[in-house]
Ligand binder design. Structure first.
Ligand SMILES: C[S@@+](CC[C@H](N)C(=O)[O-])C[C@H]1O[C@@H](n2cnc3c(N)ncnc32)[C@H](O)[C@@H]1O
Length: 189
């Protein structure tokens, strides 16, 4: 399907972004939502993924964080903050080690200079991985993170493998082929 068609489908379904269909494919393949109640949405604005989680799993408790403001999503606890400062958000901090699923669609602002962008993506992914590893339940937690196909990807996947028992790579159909974006999935069980 063409990128515009995914955008149209998202609009018709009442979702704020077509990124929901990328998450949907990974969720369908891993069935991870069935065993997840406490969910951390890192880089959540404008809120498509949070909407999707609440629609698919009414019982879920979603905590969402973004440096940008986000229009409220019913049932979602949103905090406008950088993930660097996540420990300062008391309601999230008090759940450290209890999250069943962390999802991250975070990407840095691109400069257009390949070497700098590659480095910035890697640094932000490592920070996100470190946050997820601290906040997830170590016995069964799972993590879905957006990244990009570049020279640091192997290195990033190795770091994921040090944290998680299972690591998989996904290139969802709704993700533009030329974008280079891919998603890493990690699970403790
Ligand atoms: C592609 S968007 C997320 C879209 C979202 N998944 C959806 O479906 O609506 C990426 C988000 O990551 C956020 N972001 C980037 N760096 C961040 C950081 N350090 N802390 C929190 N959010 C960040 C951006 O502000 C942006 O809103």
């Amino acid at each position: 399907m063409h990128a515009d068609s995914w955008a149209l489908k998202a609009k018709k379904s009442g979702f704020r972004t077509r990124a929901v269909f990328k998450l949907d494919e990974i969720i369908q393949k891993t069935q991870v939502l069935k065993r997840s109640k406490y969910i951390l949405d890192l880089g959540s604005a404008p809120g498509g993924w949070s909407q999707y989680i609440k629609q698919k799993s009414k019982k879920s408790e979603v905590y969402a964080i973004d440096i940008l403001d986000m229009e409220s999503v019913e049932g979602v606890n949103f905090y406008q903050e950088s993930i660097e400062n996540i420990d300062t958000i008391d309601p999230i901090f008090s759940l450290m080690g209890s999250f069943d699923l962390a999802i991250s669609d975070i990407a840095p602002n691109l400069t257009g200079i390949h070497a700098i962008d590659t480095e910035n993506i890697f640094e932000l992914n490592i920070l996100t991985l470190e946050v997820a590893a601290r906040y997830l339940n170590k016995s069964h937690g799972s993590f879905i993170m957006k990244t990009f196909q570049n020279s640091m990807l192997k290195n990033l996947r190795k770091k994921m493998e040090l944290s998680f028992k299972i690591v998989q790579t996904f290139k969802p159909a709704a993700s533009k082929k030329q974008s280079g974006e891919i998603y890493l999935y990690g699970a403790y069980k």
